[in-house]
Design a protein around this ligand. Structure first.
Ligand code: SF4
Length: 259
């Protein structure tokens, strides 16, 4: 009999510092960070956003594995297309769940002069995350709601870690974008848009805020997974609602972009 407790292959892969559990890869992304980007969507998320269009990334034991070496090889192969702004973006799922492996990857890529970007919900704040952020050229922080009760309703968790992560980034003095999903009746309340603006208006590291109008492209995935979709009946924001949010954010941020 083996001296070691039995472990399945995926548990061993998770322990392997060179293997990253991912959902998918997009090679020429233009919506997640500046320029043309190699985007890795990692697997696993602790938020349960009602509008999530990638619910198939929820399961921390789902997805598939790719080695860091393979990612590095593919990024370097794509480098000629990055131009002066492009690079790698790690999105998800939630990248901070894979912070140690992403740190290793970012260290290697930065040695090669690759621009690194992290798209995170900010769920975790600790020393490891701080070090990862030091190797992250751009943090795109998803702030789902400035009011904690509404944040709970939208995501099932508190926004306190997200707001702390924003402060950590501000102390680092490195670039950050805020991303905000605009959902009619849920995150378009004028008073909270102002509150969000007030909260962040003195941050010097925020280059812009991106409004992401709610859409229903992921609904079929919820249905296919046999899960109830929590925003049934909610429509995409109208042009007027988007313009109103843009006007409010423009009072506090130097650049407001609608994705
Ligand atoms: S944080 Fe992102 S991946 Fe996680 S549930 Fe929310 S939208 Fe989905």
């Amino acid at each position: 009999m083996s001296m070691f407790p039995q472990q399945d292959a995926t548990a061993l892969n998770d322990k392997d510092p060179e293997q990253l559990r991912i959902h998918s890869i997009e090679t020429f992304g233009t919506h997640d960070g500046p320029g043309i980007r190699f985007i890795v969507f990692v697997q696993g998320c602790q938020f349960r956003c009602l509008y999530c269009h990638n619910p198939d990334t929820f399961d921390v034991k789902g997805g598939k594995f790719i080695t860091l070496q393979e990612i590095e090889k593919r990024v370097l192969r794509q480098r000629p297309y990055f131009g002066k702004d492009g690079g790698i973006t790690i999105s998800g799922g939630e990248p901070l769940l894979h912070r140690k492996k992403i740190l290793t990857l970012f260290k290697r890529l930065k040695e090669q002069g690759i621009h690194t970007c992290l798209d995170s919900n900010g769920r975790l704040v600790n020393k490891e995350v701080e070090e990862l952020l030091e190797y992250t050229d751009l943090l795109m922080l998803d702030v789902k709601h400035i009011n904690d009760d509404w944040h709970h309703k939208l995501t099932t968790v508190s926004n306190s870690a997200t707001l702390k992560l924003a402060e950590m980034r501000e102390k680092q003095g490195k670039p950050m974008w805020i991303r905000y999903v605009l959902v009619p009746g849920w995150s378009d309340q004028e008073e909270y848009l102002h509150e969000l603006g007030q909260h962040f208006k003195d941050f010097t590291t925020i280059e812009k805020i991106e409004i992401q109008p709610y859409h229903k492209l992921g609904v079929h995935k919820w249905e296919a997974m046999g899960m109830e979709y929590g925003l049934e009946g909610v429509e995409a924001p109208t042009k007027e609602v988007i313009e109103k949010a843009t006007a409010i954010f423009s009072q506090y941020f130097k650049e407001v972009h609608v994705n």
